[in-house]
Design a binder for this molecule. Structure first.
Ligand SMILES: Cc1cc2nc3c(=O)[nH]c(=O)nc-3n(C[C@H](O)[C@H](O)[C@H](O)COP(=O)(O)OP(=O)(O)OC[C@H]3O[C@@H](n4cnc5c(N)ncnc54)[C@H](O)[C@@H]3O)c2cc1C
Length: 430
């Protein structure tokens, strides 16, 4: 049977673009379908960890991303509801060093288009405005391709319009790189929603926010948390994340909801007094999604479709790019192997490799995601880390993707973190 491609990738975000680039470079015939037309925006706090630069450098586009106006971030400052704050820096005395000393921050509108065009230049075929609505299967239930419709609103793939426009494409393997609410993951029964924490995000950009420095900021409050970061050109990304119950009744007035939230917190309100919002407020969530497994016969998942990392730790783009990097050689084996059994063995090996790489990070991310929902815990952690910048640097290095997660999961670190703050010697000036 003649196939339309060797691999079909659903979703042209960082995970899909990185996978497509790697496959195209390896000579695999790959098609990427995305429901959007690029450049397209994506709700995100837009912080890129220092190790994202390593992947971009290996892809040969770090210089392009830097030249596109990316801002540099030297670390992160976290503020607890009481006002206690701590700062972790990427360059620190712990002995670990990122690929670059700084993280970057760039509008996803710009970054994602650079990545997708780079995959295209390497030979990937890109089909924008193509919304995948379902997978196709053979008699054994193995996935053989996708059903999609062109230029319909795939926010709801079950609409009659989507069904009426349906077309199909076939391939050896379909990759679900279609983000948080992956259609591929849902259609093959791998998607799983956790009950807690259920959070929604409201993301936008401002010009003129006061006192934005070179560290990203996270302000944790009892009614949610908000991230602020310089994103270049004098613009600030503002990403508010709230428990789903806090946003009941928001309706269409997302800007009003965000303004009211900021106004309730005086340390933020004063900094936004002279600022202007310069992009629409986009909403996304709830986030508590992951996949039960990262593959099924004929299918692999990568990026947010595989596992969604809580935005607090800002690791999603790295996980998406690195996931694409990990998946590529297994896909090459899958399409070049002697048959379906060999393909499945390659996809199963990908899952083992992904879990080995990200297991520690998942534990840290889940723990941080839970801590920000518990004010007493976040207050305690902030008091300890304010006195122990060495421990703060280590934690921020883990979220920066260059310090192994095991460094903050070992008993010594956790034991020190659990001690009352007054038992730690106060930090001197930095
Ligand atoms: C509020 C918030 C803040 C965040 N902040 C950060 C941060 O500061 N740093 C960080 O690293 N990460 C952050 N993240 C996470 C990061 O945005 C994601 O992890 C990252 O975008 C994952 O990339 P992806 O390629 O898997 O998915 P996406 O970037 O979501 O790309 C998926 C693509 O699939 C397409 N698609 C979806 N459905 C279909 C379909 N049916 N048919 C065809 N195409 C489809 C979409 O159009 C999209 O282009 C944040 C996330 C949120 C929600």
């Amino acid at each position: 049977m003649t196939l339309d491609a060797e691999v079909i990738i659903v979703g042209g975000g960082p995970a899909g673009a990185a996978t497509a680039w790697g496959l195209a470079r390896a000579g695999v015939d790959v098609v990427v379908l995305d429901r959007a037309r690029f450049p397209r925006d994506k709700p995100c706090a837009e912080y890129l960890s220092p190790q994202v630069s390593r992947v971009l450098s290996d892809m040969g586009i770090l210089a392009v991303v830097e030249a596109a106006g990316a801002a540099r971030l030297t670390g992160m400052t976290i503020r607890a509801p009481s006002g206690t704050s701590f700062r972790g820096q990427f360059v620190a005395a712990h002995g670990f060093r990122g690929f670059r000393d700084d993280g970057l921050s760039l509008r996803r509108l710009v970054l994602d288009a650079i990545l997708l065009r780079h995959a295209e230049a390497a030979g990937a075929r890109i089909m924008e405005g193509s919304a995948v609505t379902d997978v196709t299967r053979d008699g054994s239930g193995r996935v053989t391709g996708v059903r999609f419709s062109v230029d319909t609103d795939a926010q709801d793939p079950d609409t009659p319009l989507a069904a009426a426009n349906a077309r199909t494409l076939s391939a050896h393997v379909v990759v679900g790189a279609d983000g948080l609410r992956s259609v591929v993951s849902r259609r093959v029964g791998l998607a799983h929603s956790r009950r807690w924490p259920r959070r929604l995000a409201f993301v936008t950009h401002y010009r003129g926010v006061a006192d934005i420095g070179t560290t990203g900021e996270m302000h944790v409050e009892r009614d949610g948390y908000i991230g602020l970061a310089d994103v270049g050109s004098g613009h600030t990304t503002v990403a508010l994340v709230v428990p789903a119950r806090e946003s009941r009744g928001v309706g269409a007035d997302r800007a009003g909801f965000l303004d009211a939230w900021i106004a309730r917190h005086p340390q933020l309100a004063s900094r936004f007094r002279g600022a202007n919002r310069i992009s629409p407020v986009r909403a996304t969530g709830p986030f508590a999604q992951h996949a039960r497994a990262l593959w099924a016969p004929g299918v692999a998942l990568v990026g947010d479709a595989a596992d969604f990392f809580d935005p607090f730790t800002g690791e999603g783009v790295y996980t998406a790019l690195r996931g694409g990097e990990l998946l590529t050689p297994f896909l090459c084996d899958a399409v070049r192997g002697p048959g379906a059994g060999a393909a499945d063995a390659a996809l199963a090996a990908y899952e083992r490799c992904w879990r080995r790489e990200f297991r520690g990070k998942q534990i840290v991310e889940r723990a941080v995601g839970a801590a920000v929902a518990m004010p007493a815990v976040i207050e305690h952690v902030a008091r300890v880390l304010a006195r122990r910048p060495d421990m703060a640097d280590l934690l921020i290095g883990v979220t920066g993707d260059f310090v192994p997660a095991s460094e903050v999961l070992r008993a010594g670190y956790l034991g020190r973190l659990a001690l009352p703050a007054f038992l730690h010697r106060p930090a001197g000036p930095r």
